[in-house]
Design a protein around this ligand. Structure first.
Ligand SMILES: *[C@@H]1O[C@H](CO)[C@@H](O)[C@H](O)[C@H]1NC(C)=O
Ligand SMILES: *[C@@H]1O[C@H](CO)[C@@H](O)[C@H](O)[C@H]1NC(C)=O
Ligand SMILES: *[C@@H]1O[C@H](CO)[C@@H](O)[C@H](O)[C@H]1NC(C)=O
Length: 397
């Protein structure tokens, strides 16, 4: 009887101890698990920065017995206010080296831009259609902002315009490509006399801006134009100067701009120039089927997310409008497998260099802009170049 009692006491004591031991071990294992996951995450990040870490280098415990992810905290990547990696380099992480290693030089690398962009800017989300189509009201990001950042207040007129243009993509030939290389041609004097024309023409999609001419400058800027992105004041004014075939892509900055586009699409005579800051084209010699409306999300994303311009309650304000060139690059980040640029950036150290490749205006003529913030914008473009997301053929950025 006494013996039984002591056995029971023993059992009473041993049970809690077993429970404690169980809890201790299982929590230890849990701890180990999270530590493994964190190490793995860190490894991925390190790869993504281009720093290669041999698996053996990561230990469960740091030198002083701290979990390794604490001991190595200085290795964690840092991000700036916009969410871009602060230390950028152009090296390809191993997984991309493997993915693209077998392609011959110059061959289009599927998904390259998205992969590189995501490495330096993890918040990047690729889906964003190039042009508006009749379902544009479902694009929630643009429905709450008026122009230039969205379509609010302009829905009716856009519906009307889209019912006439009927086409909403790049066209069947380009749509069917499984990999697209795009180049955005800036208008900078830096393009002048560099003989890049034949190189530019090799891209699948050649994007030009506003009235930048091609005729007479083919040696330097090429002869192919897939699309010309334009706002009313920037549109080519002489009908004979439009190329024979290219998409006329409209980018709205003011609510008024959609009215102008409606006139151009329906070939209605434009009676007034009121509301524009300079004279605008009165006709655009293009069939409605060759006209598109650029998704305004690219203006919104470039301004508020990528560059960090003042939000100003979502309204156009002092220094919060990105330049058309940066808007075009933003579009390409979402819609091209590889992105190159040429003719971007001004060399402020050479005030006598031409401002544009096509006219005599000198650099010194550039004025402080009310709407743009060129220096902040350049910081963003430099991140894309330094991170190897875009390739700058003229090295002006
Ligand atoms: C690259 O080519 C090698 C040999 O031709 C092949 O074994 C390997 O799987 C290829 N890699 C990829 C990512 O296609
Ligand atoms: C254009 O470049 C060539 C060499 O590539 C040079 O000989 C010529 O002087 C340059 N022309 C001008 C106008 O700068
Ligand atoms: C551009 O941004 C900088 C830094 O935020 C600011 O100091 C400057 O005033 C801005 N310029 C314009 C024209 O808004």
């Amino acid at each position: 009887m006494i013996r039984m009692k002591s056995t029971r006491t023993f059992m009473f004591l041993i049970c809690p101890i077993m429970v404690l031991i169980f809890i201790y071990y299982s929590s230890g294992r849990l701890h180990l698990r999270t530590s493994v996951q964190k190490s793995q995450a860190r490894l991925d990040i390190l790869h993504s920065v281009g720093r290669v870490v041999a698996p053996g280098m990561t230990t469960w415990r740091g030198k002083h017995g701290f979990p390794s992810f604490i001991a190595h905290q200085s290795f964690l990547p840092e991000y700036d206010k916009q969410g871009f990696l602060t230390k950028l380099d152009r090296k390809l992480p191993l997984e991309l080296q493997y993915k693209y290693g077998n392609l011959s030089k110059g061959e289009c690398k599927p998904g390259y831009t998205e992969a590189k962009m995501t490495l330096i800017y993890p918040k990047f989300s690729k889906p964003a259609p190039m042009f508006l189509d009749p379902n544009f009201k479902r694009l929630s990001k643009i429905s709450s902002y008026p122009p230039p950042f969205g379509v609010k207040t302009q829905e009716k007129i856009i519906d009307h315009i889209l019912s006439a243009t009927k086409s909403y993509s790049l066209g069947s030939e380009l749509d069917s490509l499984s990999c697209k290389k795009c180049i955005i041609i800036g208008n900078g004097g830096i393009l002048y006399n560099k003989s890049l024309g034949s190189k530019i023409d090799q891209y699948d999609v050649v994007v030009r801006l506003n009235e930048a001419p091609v005729a007479g400058f083919e040696k330097d800027v090429g002869s192919k134009t897939t699309m010309r992105i334009t706002y009313p004041e920037g549109a080519i004014q002489k009908p004979e100067r439009y190329e024979k075939s290219s998409l006329f892509v409209f980018s709205a900055f003011k609510p008024m701009d959609f009215k102008w586009l409606r006139h151009m699409v329906f070939k209605d005579k434009l009676r007034t120039m009121e509301g524009f800051w300079k004279s605008v084209a009165r006709v655009v010699p293009r069939d409605p089927e060759d006209m598109r409306i650029l998704n305004p999300y690219f203006i919104q994303e470039a301004a508020f997310k990528f560059i960090g311009l003042p939000h100003n309650r979502g309204l156009m304000g002092r220094g919060n409008i990105p330049t058309l060139g940066t808007v075009a690059i933003t579009m390409a980040l979402h819609n091209c497998d590889e992105v190159a640029v040429a003719g971007f950036g001004y060399d402020m150290n050479t005030p006598h260099a031409p401002l544009h490749y096509y006219e005599k205006l000198k650099m010194s003529a550039i004025k402080e802009s009310w709407t743009h913030n060129i220096s902040k914008e350049k910081e963003f473009l430099r991140k894309l170049v330094m991170g190897g997301v875009i390739h700058d053929l003229t090295n002006g950025i």
